[in-house]
Design a protein around this ligand. Sequence first.
Ligand SMILES: Nc1ncnc2c1ncn2[C@@H]1O[C@H](COP(=O)(O)OP(=O)(O)O)[C@@H](O)[C@H]1O
Ligand SMILES: [Mg+2]
Length: 237
Amino acid sequence: MSALLQVHGLTKRFGGLVANDGVDLHVREREIVGLIGPNGAGKTTFFNCVTGQLRIDAGRVVFAGDDLTNRPPEVVARAGIARTFQIVKVFKEMTVLDNVMVGAFLRELRATPARGRALSALELVGLAAQAGTRAGDLPVALQKRLELARAVATGPRLIVLDEALSGLTPAETQEALAVVRALRERGIALLVVEHVMEVIMTVSDRVVVLDRGKRIAEGPPETIAHDAKVIEAYLGA
Ligand SMILES: Nc1ncnc2c1ncn2[C@@H]1O[C@H](COP(=O)(O)OP(=O)(O)O)[C@@H](O)[C@H]1O
Ligand SMILES: [Mg+2]
């Protein structure tokens, strides 16, 4: 069976800088794939190219059999890919519930079903008790959780997380990992970007490593953790 997401030879240049250089990556149905690499490796650029925020210079993005190469973000979202942002982007003046309803309106035309969909997304990420809170009043760790609920409410088959697990306390990290696993139980695949290796190693089925725009390694976490090229890329950084 072919993978849910297939990215072939993705290349993105910023002037003379090749931020992504012929990157191949795939994610299977219900798989958790970690994308790691030192700061500046090109992880966020890769995300933005896959989710339609940036146009790519070469390569192909295929999702569930549809060619999404250089399609705009709303087409990508409707096809079933949802994302979070490295710097959280919540609607601060709106309630937690209203924020998540924004995501739900991708699939629902009316407020009542959108509210129901949003509430179940909040339950799934453990934020139901904060539904009426102004989003800007949540601590950052919970704003990240809110972004995840908004992504879930769009009814995705794949969620891409950019540093959603960074900057959390050990207890918050454990909670976030439990949420990631719960999403997979719901049949959602995940592509998780982190520069902190430890976290990704515990949750990923498979890990892909980027360094200076190139894919330098791919494999199960235990193999990647001992890969000489990977260790050098991290120590070099
Ligand atoms: N919009 C942009 N314009 C120019 N250079 C960029 C832009 N976005 C990212 N870069 C550069 O591309 C490289 C990869 O950045 P990024 O994808 O943010 O890396 P990572 O997320 O792995 O830390 C870096 O050298 C960064 O400075
Ligand atoms: Mg980044």
